[in-house]
Write a protein that binds this ligand. Structure first.
Ligand code: BES
Ligand code: MN
Ligand code: ZN
Length: 506
């Protein structure tokens, strides 16, 4: 992970390989940047005039300083119009600039935080937030996964941007706090992306459990893992049913965090942890089946959200529950038509073994009731249908509480981890009724609305408290942005941290 520090310096005296200047769209160089422009014989003014650079969001321009400055290179990055500037806009611009700095083979770079955009908009209380967004955007953008590359296959020489220096007018405590916070969030998101990047033969249910235990050893989290025996005792027939076809033992992983009075009911976050989804006996087609290593993204987000909550010491009570299993076809695997008895006592006719996410979640949601939660959120790569509805551009939120969904929408906008509501109509719930068991895990042909149907099934296990299901099948992978490189996004961590920090407490 990139190291981020601060150094108060005058702009002209700051020595660096690459000086990053955030620029507003409508603003030509002013303040100290004017001096830089002069030292460079008007190169910045010229760039604006020639329309090679206009300060549009995420636009970049790299200029060589030719020895005219202490900085070797100048990297202009646009942040758009002053009235639109937000932490999210800055986060993206920092991601774009850091990515270009790294591609240009710089080992270190600096971001100037005073004139240009920061002078006008960030004096006062928002300074910390916006400066933190620079650290967050750069940190999130520079994600690499090369755990399986042998040494000589790795970048040679390693072309990594290693340090980013924020350059404020004076060394500030606010800045230190913001950098600290950003580093914690970045490290949690990177951890989630790593879990998703690793293939199914590394990240097994046992691996997820070990990861959770490690988190608990390092911070104020308590970890409990239920194995097959304990699940049998609790009657978790749905989760056990899914894992029957696999040699990898299942795990129900619980991470508890109490940052508020113990008497306050916790928020429970439940994550789908199918470490590989072959579809089971209802086998998936071979093309792109490899992508199903990401079917534990809900689990990754859950674990990383708990990591971030503990690192940031949020004053909330949160319990994370991960239902981890591998979905394989095998002589012992469940078959279409089999009936499973869930921990809730409800029986489920499994008409398609590929609709396994809702089965593992059913028992995890029932288990969540033990905490008498104030609210439950589940995260799951549940349906391909969400990709039909929303592509990779938003997760679907479906649930029983307009208040929760309203706050999730606000948090989704603030972090640009977008959510879009889909309906949970009673017709969908009716369509989950089986002829011979309580429920069936897929609707009869013709009902459609695959994502809502998944949610309608989960509702039968979600309890009476407010509950929201978040289908991240489209956003867990391919949610590319200037600070999200191709591959796993780590979607959900920033959304949920914002949610927990901003939702009204009862
Ligand atoms: N893990 C898949 C959903 C998925 C699809 C995630 C694409 C990420 C990308 C899930 O278990 C699944 O197979 N769902 C089925 C449900 C169907 C059988 C009702 C689907 O969406 O086809
Ligand atoms: Mn499936
Ligand atoms: Zn699945």
């Amino acid at each position: 992970m990139i190291k981020i520090n601060q150094k108060s310096d005058s702009l002209l005296d700051h020595k660096t390989e690459c000086l990053i200047l955030p620029c507003l769209e409508e603003k030509k160089p002013g303040g100290a940047v004017k001096n830089i422009d002069a030292a460079l014989n008007g190169a910045i003014t010229a760039a604006f005039e020639n329309k090679r650079f206009a300060g549009k969001p995420n636009q970049t321009l790299l200029l060589n300083c030719n020895g005219n400055l202490k900085a070797d290179n100048l990297l202009l990055v646009g942040v758009g119009k002053a009235k639109d500037v937000s932490a999210e806009i800055i986060c993206k611009a920092a991601g774009a600039a850091a990515t270009l700095a790294e591609k240009s083979n710089f080992k270190s770079a600096s971001v100037y935080l005073n004139d240009s955009c920061f002078d006008k908009i960030a004096k006062g209380p928002r300074y910390g937030e916006l400066a933190g967004a620079v650290a967050e955007g750069a940190g999130l953008a520079l994600y690499h996964f090369d755990a399986y590359k042998s040494k000589d296959e790795k970048d040679d020489p390693p072309s990594r941007l290693q340090t980013l220096t924020l350059v404020p007018a004076t060394k500030t405590a606010i800045l230190k706090k913001s950098i600290d916070r950003a580093e914690k969030i970045v490290s949690a998101v990177h951890a989630a992306r790593d879990l998703i990047s690793h293939p199914g033969n590394t990240v097994t249910p046992t691996y997820l459990a070990e990861h959770a235990k490690k988190l608990a050893r390092k911070s104020k989290l308590t970890c409990k893992v239920l194995g097959k025996k304990e699940m049998e005792k609790l009657g978790m027939g749905a989760l056990l049913g899914v894992s029957r076809g696999s040699h990898e033992p299942p795990a129900l992983i619980v991470l508890e965090y109490f940052g508020a009075a113990k008497s306050k009911a916790p928020t429970v976050i439940v994550g789908k942890g199918v470490t590989f989804d072959t579809g089971g006996i209802s086998l998936k087609p071979p093309a792109s089946m490899d992508e199903m290593k990401m079917d534990m993204s809900g689990a990754a987000t859950t674990l990383s959200t708990l990591q971030a909550i503990a690192d940031l010491k949020l004053p909330v009570n949160v319990v994370g529950i991960v239902a981890a299993a591998e979905n394989m076809p095998d002589g012992l695997a469940i078959k279409p038509g089999d009936i499973l008895k869930s921990m809730s006592g409800k029986t489920i006719e499994v008409l398609n073994t590929d609709a396994e996410g809702r089965l593992v979640l059913a028992d995890a949601l029932t288990y969540a009731q033990r905490y008498k939660p104030k609210e439950v959120i589940d995260l799951a790569t549940l349906t391909g249908a969400v990709l039909m509805a929303l592509g990779h551009q938003a997760a679907a939120v479906i649930g029983t509480s307009p208040a929760m969904i309203k706050q999730l929408k606000e948090s989704g906008t603030a972090t640009d981890e977008r959510v879009w509501e889909l309906p949970l109509w009673e017709e969908f719930e009716k369509a989950t009724k089986s002829d011979i068991a309580d429920l069936k895990n897929i609707a009869s042909p013709g009902v459609g609305a695959g994502s809502s149907m998944g949610a309608a099934f989960l509702k039968a296990f979600a309890g009476d408290q407010p509950w929201t299901h978040i289908d991240i099948a489209g956003t867990a992978w391919g949610y590319d942005k200037p600070y999200i490189p191709k591959g796993p996004s780590g979607y959900g961590v920033r959304l949920l941290i914002h949610y927990l920090e901003h939702r009204k407490t009862k």
